[in-house]
Design a protein around this ligand. Structure first.
Ligand code: MRU
Length: 356
């Protein structure tokens, strides 16, 4: 399995996703600030992977803390959490992971642990976040594979694969599980301008796994659907509001509208940690606007003339009415999402409507 991110006691090591596919190089972060920088600059990206990185970054920061007293240690912990929270605003997994670390800290402090013991517990919690993510992806894949016909052309957008998680992937976890189950699957990977996660990352990890992969530019999706080359769409998510509206990589909304027009099922695969019941609908989801250079340049090559203004919203919101079903590690939910999601999040059992 792809090593997206690894804990190495005095460092957090991650594959540099800015360099793929031309170079497979690893970045070693030795401080919490370095981890925060890696998240912000998208050395590591994808909602679940961002959450894991933040948890490990916090654990790393506190492990290296020089604080002697619990008061100073607590102040440093808060600062480190704030640093992580300021990296990227849209993926709720980031805030979910920070909350988990805060709970672990509070429990340890409540139990009268020393500074060293608290740091140890934070490390354990970060590793748990990592391992649970891999297990969740596998379970999500198994549920999602039941939606895939024996022979299927699957369109996906951005990268919701092993690289975007601690391993295996969400949308690509569904693809992998279907392939492992003996289904004949071919993937159409949207290029995903401007950061090219589809062309660079999705194609890289699928080809590496020997899965039939065709890259298309984003503006080819409509004609592919019309010509019958797409049986279903499956994408990941950065945040799912209580009503089922889905924030995901810019361009997802357009695909969902196209899928509806062509009568193609549109599935979202995401862990429960991506569901944000505190956000009632998609209009309340903060959308990250990234720097212009991602649009104006590809590598060192400039594409646009000086003087042209540029927009770069990194995500869009797909209204729930376009989402056929949401695949999670606990099962599959369908509309009305107000009730099915609330039930899912509240349950420890497979969701109502799941295909067990
Ligand atoms: O800007 P990115 O690359 O972090 O955006 C990633 C996405 O939009 C993914 O589809 C989403 O995070 C789900 S990853 C399993």
């Amino acid at each position: 399995m792809l090593p997206t991110i690894e804990w190495q006691r005095d460092a957090v090591v991650m594959i540099n996703q800015r360099k793929l596919p031309s170079a497979e190089v690893y970045v070693t972060c030795r401080t919490a600030s370095e981890v925060a920088k890696a998240i912000k600059s998208m050395v590591i990206r994808g909602a679940p992977a961002i959450g894991v990185a933040a948890a490990m970054g916090i654990a790393l920061g506190m492990r290296r803390s020089r604080a002697t007293g619990t008061k100073q240690f607590a102040a440093e912990f808060q600062k480190t959490c704030d640093l992580m929270a300021a990296t990227r605003p849209t993926a709720v997994n980031l805030f979910w992971a920070i909350d988990r670390m805060k709970r672990a800290f509070a429990d340890a402090a409540q139990a009268g642990c020393s500074v060293t013991e608290i740091a140890q517990r934070l490390e354990t919690e970060a590793l748990r976040v990592h391992d649970e993510d891999v297990a969740g992806c596998r379970s999500m894949g198994a549920h999602g594979a039941t939606l895939v016909p024996e022979s299927a052309n699957i369109l996906t957008h951005c990268n919701a694969g092993a690289l975007a998680t601690a391993g295996y992937g969400t949308a690509l976890g569904v693809v992998r599980a279907a392939v492992e189950g003996g289904k004949k699957v071919a993937v159409l990977a949207d290029e995903t301008r401007p950061f090219l996660q589809g062309a660079r990352l999705t194609a890289w990890e699928l080809v590496r796994d020997g899965i039939d992969t065709t890259v298309i530019t984003d503006n080819m999706a409509a004609v592919m659907m019309r010509q019958g080359h797409v049986d279903l769409v499956v994408v990941g998510a950065d945040r799912i509001a209580a009503n089922g509206d889905v924030a995901n990589k810019i361009g997802t909304y357009g695909l969902a509208v196209l899928a509806k027009e062509h009568g193609i099922p549109f599935y979202v695969a995401a862990p429960i940690s991506t569901v944000d019941l505190a956000t009632p609908d998609g209009s309340r989801i903060p959308i990250e606007e990234r720097g212009a250079r991602e649009v104006t340049h590809v590598g060192p090559a400039r594409l646009t003339p000086d003087g042209a203004r540029v927009r770069n919203p990194a995500f869009d919101v797909t209204p729930a009415r376009y989402v056929t079903a949401i695949v999670t590690e606990r099962g599959i939910v369908r509309p009305p999402y107000e009730t099915s999601l609330a039930q899912l999040v509240g349950s420890r059992q497979p969701a109502v409507g799941s295909l067990t």
